[in-house]
Design a protein around this ligand. Structure first.
Ligand code: GUN
Ligand code: ZN
Length: 446
């Protein structure tokens, strides 16, 4: 007998306005890429979406007994958000005053990360981090741990409890940081490999090989990270690139043989599909071509780029039609200042304006959903609403504050309504978050 995989029967559904993307609007245009239904049904079963479409059409395919939650006309159902770059151990140092990248690392970040040798501390912060992510509609993240493998165990254990699709990794760094945070070429390789064995592909969890950034790794450690990735090519590789001008000058001094910052990574075998590079604010044309050619992705982290004074990422240049990059959105907590994707999108708009680029709300919401999934090569699993996709969903409240409610009274179409949300919205805009079909956060519950 042949086994056939039939889609599971739906067990529950949401009904209300819904927004999703079926393509990249930067490449195909918003008209072709964005799907808005003013009255949709999204049905779910066994963790996946089973039905999606206009309510009048989908209803006929469903049992009249199926529990349907009507989210109401002032809500919007979207795919859950993806945060493609974030440091969970930096939740305790979000909002730290007065420094740019290298001083910020030394003054606030490294000391905070030192505390994660203690797994109980790591677990407590992981819980807060995941709760805050869900409060903001984030259902998938690409997360930095610390150098201590137990910090990554703590995060994965908590994410597994919530059944979240999550990538994370142990920081590899063997120089230019306090001694209490350093590993070695061998220990970083061994510890990362052991974590891959424990976690990668377990349920919805995925491992990210995580050299912190070029200045904190020797050539040998970067080569070891590259070798490990070649042994486990379906893992992620995450690091930082070209964030801050002093950092870039330092990389030039440390790696004089390499033609640019990106080449340091490429030389070590660290560019390719499932490589997620944070920031990339100052990438030159040659580096953009390398990112495009190797299928690497950039995580655009606008609140961090402005808060620690790194500059304004030029998104329209990154998406240039002749060599478009995969770009997701990152909160970059704790260099970033908000878990809110709405706030992050508003800041992405402002970064665009610094380059005379007008980021529409549709393009912005694509970055936060399907664009992030495309950056992580999981657009066949999450990031959009369609039958067969995993049922990670966020329900937005489109009238979450008195000011938004007032301003929405003047919105003439869905595009303007979405732009109001991304300019004025914050965590209050998230009404409910579903992970693999289960309600994991509801505003009414706090
Ligand atoms: N570069 C190296 N480490 C970090 C970090 O923790 N945060 C940011 N924003 N940039 C980095
Ligand atoms: Zn970062």
């Amino acid at each position: 007998m042949f086994e056939t995989t039939r889609p599971a029967a739906p067990t529950h559904a949401l009904r209300g306005p819904a927004l999703t993307f079926r393509a990249d609007p930067f490449l195909e245009g918003l008209e072709a890429a964005m799907v808005y239904e003013s009255d949709a049904i999204v049905a779910m079963g066994a963790g996946k979406i089973t039905h999606f479409g206009p309510a009048d059409k989908v209803q006929a395919q469903l049992s009249p007994d199926l529990p349907v939650r009507n989210v109401g006309p002032d809500a919007l159902i979207s795919a859950g958000f993806l945060d493609t770059h974030v440091h969970f151990p930096q939740a305790p140092v979000i909002a730290s005053f007065g420094t740019q990248l290298l001083d910020w690392l030394e003054t606030y970040t490294f000391p905070a990360e030192g505390a994660f040798a203690d797994k109980d501390h790591a677990r407590a912060v992981a819980k807060i981090f995941l709760r805050e992510s869900l409060r903001n509609g984030i259902t998938t993240s690409c997360v930095y741990g610390t150098v201590f493998p137990q910090s990554v165990d703590a995060l994965f254990e908590e994410a597994e409890r919530l059944n979240m699709r999550m990538a994370a990794g142990k920081v590899m760094m063997n120089r230019n940081a306090p001694a209490y945070l350093l590993d070695t070429v061998q220990s970083s390789y061994d510890d990362s490999k052991a974590l891959i064995g424990r976690w990668h592909g377990r349920g919805r969890l995925m491992y990210a090989i995580t050299p912190r950034f070029a200045p904190t790794s020797t050539d040998e450690q970067l080569a070891a990270a590259g070798a490990l990735w070649r042994e486990h090519p379906d893992c992620y590789m995450q690091t930082h690139v070209s964030e801050n001008l002093d950092e870039i000058a330092w990389v030039r001094d440390l790696f004089p043989a390499r033609k640019n910052y990106t080449d340091v990574y490429d030389h070590a075998g660290l560019c390719g599909p499932r490589a997620v590079f944070a920031h990339g604010v100052h990438l030159d044309e040659d580096e953009m071509c390398c990112m495009h050619g190797t299928g690497s992705a950039i995580s655009h982290c606008p609140t961090s780029n402005s808060f620690i004074g790194s500059g304004a990422f030029n998104l329209s240049r990154a998406k240039r039609a002749d060599r478009p990059l995969r770009v997701g959105l990152g909160t970059d907590i704790g260099g970033g200042t908000s878990f809110s994707i709405m706030t992050t999108l508003g800041e992405a708009y402002k970064a665009g304006m610094a380059h005379k680029h007008r980021l529409t709300a549709g393009h912005a919401l694509y970055l936060a959903t399907r664009g992030g999934a495309q950056a992580m090569y999981i657009e066949d699993k999450v990031g959009s609403i369609a039958p067969g996709m995993e049922a990670d969903l966020v329900v937005l409240d489109m009238k979450s504050t008195p000011l938004i409610d007032y301003r929405m009274g003047f919105a003439k179409d869905i595009h303007e309504a979405l732009f109001i949300q991304m300019t004025l919205g914050d965590d209050r805009a998230v009404q409910a978050t579903y992970v693999a079909g289960e309600l994991q956060y509801e505003k009414a519950m706090g």
